[in-house]
Design a protein around this ligand. Sequence first.
Ligand SMILES: [Zn+2]
Length: 491
Amino acid sequence: MADRKFRMSSGGNPRGVSAEGPDPLQSFRELVEKRKKSNKRTVRLRLLLEEHEEKILFDIGLTSVRLWNELNYEKRKLFFRDNLTPEKRVEINRRYYHKYKNFLGVNAGQVINKNEEAWESFFKLLKMKKQGRLSPHISKISPPGYWKDRVTGKKKIHILIRNDRYYLEPISDGEGRLILKDFKLRIRYVGRIRWEGKQGRLEIIYETGRWFAYIPIEVGVDPSKSNPKGYIKPNYKDKKNRISNPRSIKQKDPVGDKKAFIDVGLNNLFAVVVSDGSALLIKGGVIKSEYYWWKREISTYQAVRDLLKNAGILTWIKYHEKYLKALYKRNERLRHLYRTAIRFLAEMLWSRGVEKIYIGYPIMLSQNNGNEYNTNIWWYRKIILWIIDVFIEYGIDVEIVSEDYTSQKCSICGEIHKNGRIYRGLYICRKTGKKINADINASLNIARRIGYKITITRKIESYLVTHNGIKPLIPRQRANTRDPEVRNLAL
Ligand SMILES: [Zn+2]
């Protein structure tokens, strides 16, 4: 990924940004290794509620939020007085458990556990900071916050249910009932489940007017004897109407020993070079225009909100809500497009005999805008983690390669041509006069970095990601390397 072409900024939520050591990639590499070995998957189900059910869920949700906020307030108060000892945490937790167990049952303990997890990771960051192991881009770390919107103060509804206090009752493909034992609820759900295994702590979240259930699954792990119903079964069938291998994340083995090198961007989502001399571009034309369209929406709402707020006009809250909704929608739509592209790429590379992919990871040395950097990195990491999740299914190994100056370096002669990128999409070697697609140039550099000198022997294949799937581009369309940047806003 080159610094110039991946600008996903404005109002993103870089929550996933974690601490980095002196090797800026070290902690991310560890995360990648962990992810590769992980047998966990989270299923998201949409909940379709009757009116009376929704009322009950709001009650449970608001109570859980109150528990979190009260408990967290006490811990924060002690923390700022330098007085939050482990013993005090235990005492506070116990007190609040008893206060809330009548209404929430054992699920009160789940809120408390999650709060403890948040404090644990905060203390870990603090420790890293003291040891000087924190990335300079993280300017501020703060103790766990409240479950509420920072601007409006409105509560954020979260419900946590212990792994043995709920189960799913499938009705037909993609539909069923979620049973919440402690609240005598049988809620209708819809959603695809591809995996089979032991269920974890259920999280129910209210997101811009809709309810979702998130269920973590330990794929292939049997339920405990005390909770035989705590086992999720798949409902998703492939094109041939089969459920294949739901107890294993790995679905296939590689059919060859080729390697592929991938540069991630926004014009070309993926620029790929394969060790057999083929190259392909997955273009993100739609993604880019969507991205800019939402960016404009988001900044407009933000501006109106701030204007009204500063003038003391109460309707600013409405614009804040619109802003949040636009942010959410943008993320959802980008997520969908990226995941479509990743699935397609995995299928394609697997069928061509790729056994390992190397993805470039940008090392941006000087950063003026820390916020923008964080947002970009947040997206970038998310994309890499999605790539891992999917490629592991195909038995393809994933490694990240640190990238610096890949957009300036020349894959033809190996030198850095400061003015190599002549215009969007094209790179020219100032020594040999040869021209090359700029993103393919970057992926060739990734290959070089780990010792592969590849010559592209075939025509570059191009594909376009849309909301309806992937379209191959005919050569005439392919010739258009200048993607419209902000012009295509009508989408
Ligand atoms: Zn050159």
